[in-house]
Design a protein around this ligand. Structure first.
Ligand code: PLP
Length: 428
């Protein structure tokens, strides 16, 4: 009963032996392509076990913002490994985590100053949801347990996060009956939709804890872009109805949309922000949920039941925090935001020919995100295989082909990526 693992590049004994036992992510195991065996990564290159090299268009699910295996980050992690890989965070403290908390607080706008560490994006969202609900409980408003989420949203694969994904595009529709109940609305991009949001708030305001959104770009739900105005509108609405505004910047944080954090482009400070992915630049798992003063204050109490009861075993892992501090050093020392601007221009130019294809519905670019939306993709696995045959790693989903390269990618490598998209669509 093993999947049809033909052979993409499986010369190694470990590959054959392990394949029988691996359950792959987001995959129908009966039909999925055999995964390409990787032996080394460097910069924007992935070296396969059979000797081929792929140019990477995805940056390890949007994490490897400075490219793979950056020597500065590697050295920082190696130094930390030699002294203390991990220590529990209950009752003990360490420099990498405390330094990182202080640096995140100063990098984030406004009084987003209280940093709660966890180890994955989904858990960072769970933490944000719990904070929002308990914020009201601690004030005696126990009915405020629901959130407003948006169509097109994706917030992760754990229970609370799944409940706020779009059930149509967010992969978890089959669990709808089992998940906590929230409100799923269209983004208030025009007056009509803004009025529907308002109506929902007027009717259900007393059972609502907050609003959650991926600011500027809804990623895994379809790489959908919206304007900063939507975020300003949500801030004003949340203020009017005294709701907490949560920004899930797990994808957009650390430069991806052109500013260090997407909220900066709108001049909006959310009440809670979720960070992960590029936080450690693709080296180790780490996430942070950062709250504003007023959120933190609602937990500051002599009443033990007002405490925030959460504490993952690997919370604030020292190796991961040292990687994150090194990544922030690189953002400070190297011209990442300028590189992202150059990448945006190259994506615009390199993907423009795709507009000629009748198969294409839309081509759009924001920061270091390039999207070609097709009318349909008949055979996703075949398309993924085709890109590997072209010498690039690009992983389409739904009807989307997208590029989210590392910010250090060379002009030639980026041109090879956009060129391969054009070639595969028959427009080069
Ligand atoms: N939120 C957003 C916006 C994401 O894009 C993702 C992952 O793609 C998550 C949450 C979940 O993060 P993780 O996969 O680390 O649990």
């Amino acid at each position: 009963m093993s999947p049809q693992f033909g052979s993409l590049n499986d010369p190694s004994p470990w590959y054959k032996a392990g394949l029988e036992h691996i359950w792959l992510p987001y995959a129908q195991m009966k039909r999925v392509n055999p995964p390409a065996a990787v032996v080394r990564t460097c910069g924007s290159r992935i070296e396969l076990a059979d000797g081929r090299e792929l140019i990477d268009g995805i940056a390890a699910w949007w994490t490897a913002c400075h490219g793979y295996n950056h020597p500065y980050i590697r050295n920082a992690v190696e130094r930390q490994l030699a002294t203390m890989p991990h220590v529990m965070f209950g009752g003990l403290a360490h420099e990498p985590a405390f330094t990182l908390a202080q640096r995140l607080a100063s990098a984030l706008p406004g009084d987003l100053n209280y940093v709660f560490f966890s180890e994955s994006g989904s858990v960072a969202v769970e933490v944000a949801i719990k904070m929002a609900v308990q914020f009201w409980q601690n004030r005696g408003l126990t009915k405020r347990t629901k959130l407003i989420g948006f169509r097109g949203a994706y917030h992760g694969d754990t229970t609370g996060a799944m409940a706020l994904c779009d059930f149509a595009t967010g992969m978890h529709g089959q669990f709808a009956a089992f998940l906590p109940d929230h409100y799923h609305l269209d983004l208030p991009e025009d007056e009509k939709r803004a009025a529907i949001l308002l109506q929902c708030l007027e009717r259900h305001g007393d059972e609502l804890a907050g609003i959650i959104i991926e600011p500027l770009v809804q990623g895994a739900g379809g790489m959908l872009f919206h304007s900063p105005e939507v975020l300003r509108r949500l801030r004003a609405t949340a203020d009017r109805f005294e709701l907490l505004l949560i920004f899930d910047e797990i994808f957009t944080g650390f430069g991806r949309t052109g500013t260090m954090f997407a909220c900066e482009a709108a001049g909006v400070v959310p009440d809670i922000i979720c960070l992960s992915k590029a936080l450690t630049a693709g080296t180790l798992p780490l996430a942070a949920t950062v709250a504003r003063r007023k959120v933190f204050d609602a937990f500051w109490s002599d009443n033990p039941s007002h405490a925030f009861m959460h504490g993952p075993t690997y919370m604030a892992n020292a190796l991961a925090c040292s990687a994150a501090n090194a990544s922030l050093d690189l953002f400070e020392r190297e011209p990442r935001l300028a590189q992202i601007e150059t990448i945006a221009a190259a994506l615009e130019c390199g993907l423009a020919p795709c507009r000629e294809s009748r198969r294409v519905r839309d081509v759009r670019v924001k920061g270091a995100i390039g999207v070609v939306e097709l009318k349909t993709i008949e055979d996703l696995e075949a398309l993924r295989r085709r890109f590997i045959e072209e010498g690039v790693f690009i992983r389409p989903f739904g009807t989307i082909i997208y590029l989210t390269p590392s910010f250090t990618i060379s002009e030639e490598e980026l041109s090879a990526l956009t060129g391969s998209v054009c070639k595969v669509l028959g427009v080069s």
